[in-house]
Write a protein of this length. Structure first.
Length: 161
C-alpha cells in the first residue's frame, strides 16, 4: 500500500515541476518578446525581422503544446486508473523537458550575448528550465516510462477484451 502512496506523491511533485517549468517558459517568452520589440538594428526593432518572428512563433506553439500536456496531466492526476495517470504525467515531463530546453536555448539566442549575463533574469529562467528536466527523472527516463506504461496499458486492454 505504501508504493501507491509514494507513486501518488511523486506524481504530484512531477506535476508541480511541470507547472513551474511552464511558468518559467512564460517568463522567458515575455522577456524575449519585449527584447525583440525594443532592441533596434538598422533603425528598426529586431522583432520586425521575419527570421526572428518565425523562431518566436515556433517557441509560442511549443509552449502551448507544453501547456496542453500539463493540463492533461493535471486532469489525470486524481483519476482512478493508475496506468493512464502515470502515462499522462510522464508525457507531460517529456514535453516539459524537451520544450523547456528549446525555450531556454531560443530565448538566449534571440537575446544574443546579454541573454546569459547575471544582470538579466533570463539566465536564471534558462538555467531553471534545464535543471527541471533532470529532476524526478529526465526526458529520456520518462519517455521510456511512457512507452512501458503504454505497453502495460495495451496488455491489460487486450486481456480484458
Amino acid at each position: 500500500a505504501g508504493l501507491a502512496t509514494l507513486e501518488h506523491a511523486v506524481g504530484r511533485g512531477l506535476l508541480a515541476l511541470c507547472a513551474e517549468s511552464l511558468g518559467a517558459m512564460e517568463v522567458a517568452k515575455r522577456m524575449t518578446i519585449a527584447y525583440l520589440q525594443t532592441r533596434q538594428q538598422f533603425g528598426v526593432p529586431i522583432g520586425s525581422f521575419q527570421a526572428l518572428q518565425h523562431r518566436m512563433a515556433t517557441v509560442l506553439m511549443e509552449i502551448e503544446q507544453a501547456r496542453s500536456a500539463v493540463i492533461n496531466a493535471a486532469a489525470a492526476l486524481d483519476g482512478s486508473e493508475r496506468l493512464t495517470r502515470e502515462r499522462a504525467l510522464s508525457a507531460a515531463k517529456v514535453s516539459i523537458g524537451r520544450i523547456g530546453t528549446l525555450v531556454a536555448e531560443e530565448a538566449i539566442q534571440l537575446h544574443g550575448g546579454i541573454g546569459m549575463t547575471w544582470e538579466l533574469p533570463l539566465s536564471h529562467c534558462a538555467k531553471r528550465l534545464v535543471l527541471i528536466d533532470a529532476q524526478l527523472g529526465d526526458e529520456d527516463h520518462h519517455l521510456q516510462r511512457f512507452i512501458a506504461l503504454g505497453a502495460a496499458l495495451g496488455a491489460t486492454a487486450g486481456a480484458s477484451a
